[in-house]
Design a protein. Structure first.
Length: 297
């Protein structure tokens, strides 16, 4: 299934290794999609402009240099099977990339998980964090300077809520994970973490046998919902890679990723708006932090 029609890739033109462009090109080629490659030039702060009488000239010089490097990056891909465009953006990277996604109605944004100049420790830079929180389209983050090689792709879903927006998000997660795994001839697994609400309190009030019975009922209900969800995709070929694991999502997904050597985790960040959406976003960040923390060991 070809899900993508327009792909946006954000690259840092200062980097000598542009593996992210090659990965984006191959994905666009596989889906018959167009590819727009952008680089973001930061604006000079007010102090620099105040000190430099010819600030406009300096701004233009920086843009010209970035534009020249960008053209060098895309030159090997011009005139081939994929329609390739370029664009130069100016200002704060996360804000301008999100604006471009909205203006261009892109299906996917590809960016590095951490830029060359990032001062943040860990796997994800500040721009990546902001994109995860606010990007209105699917986002693929890849390590800098490494051509992504996906051998195991995991789709993380939650079929327990019964909410239509959650259902739509689950569909997108599954379809995107399936498309990427097929393109890379990779193993695909589906993971859902589940918990029994109020279990800790119940275990202080009721006999263990009674609570265990409630837990089994909860598990069976969750399994029924997950099975019903997967039936629409005819997921028989991955029936041995469907996992319904008890535990909080951050820990469950984090340890599953480590134990099963997962190369790519496909999940939703915010499904709803308002306070509920903020809580879901917070859960997604905790999952990323757990994966990031575990990857250090």
């Amino acid at each position: 299934m070809k899900l993508l029609k327009k792909i946006l890739v954000a690259t840092d033109s200062r980097l000598s290794d542009q593996c992210i462009v090659e990965a984006a090109y191959q994905l666009a080629k596989h889906n018959g999609a167009s590819l727009t490659i952008v680089t973001v030039v930061p604006r000079l702060n007010w102090a620099a402009k105040f000190a430099d009488e010819d600030a406009k000239s300096l701004d233009q010089s920086l843009q010209d240099e970035a534009s020249e490097r960008l053209m060098q990056i895309v030159d090997p891909y011009l005139g081939k099977e994929v329609e390739v465009k370029t664009k130069l953006l100016e200002g704060k990277a996360s804000i301008n990339l999100i604006r471009e996604v909205i203006a261009g109605d892109y299906d996917l944004l590809i960016a590095v998980s951490k830029g060359k100049a990032s001062r943040r420790s860990g796997t994800f830079g500040q721009t990546a964090k902001q994109l995860l929180r606010n990007c209105p389209c699917p986002l693929l983050l890849t390590p800098r300077g490494v051509l992504p090689e996906f051998k195991h792709v995991t789709a993380c879903v939650d079929t327990s809520s019964g909410d239509s927006l959650d259902a739509e998000l689950n569909d997108k997660v599954y379809n995107l994970a399936s498309a990427i795994s097929q393109q890379n001839e990779a193993r695909m697994s589906v993971l859902q973490a589940w918990t029994m609400e109020g279990e800790a309190i119940l275990r202080t009030r009721l006999k263990p046998k009674v609570v265990d019975g409630y837990a089994r009922s909860t598990f069976n209900h969750q399994k029924e919902l997950l099975t019903k969800f997967l039936a629409q995709f005819r997921a028989d070929d991955i029936e041995n890679d469907i996992h319904l694991i008890k535990g909080p999502a951050p820990q469950t997904i984090g340890f599953f990723t480590l134990d099963h050597h997962v190369d790519l985790v496909v999940m939703g960040t915010v499904a709803r708006s308002g306070l509920t959406g903020m809580l879901l976003g917070n859960t997604a960040e905790k999952i990323l932090e757990r994966i990031e923390w575990l990857s250090k060991f």
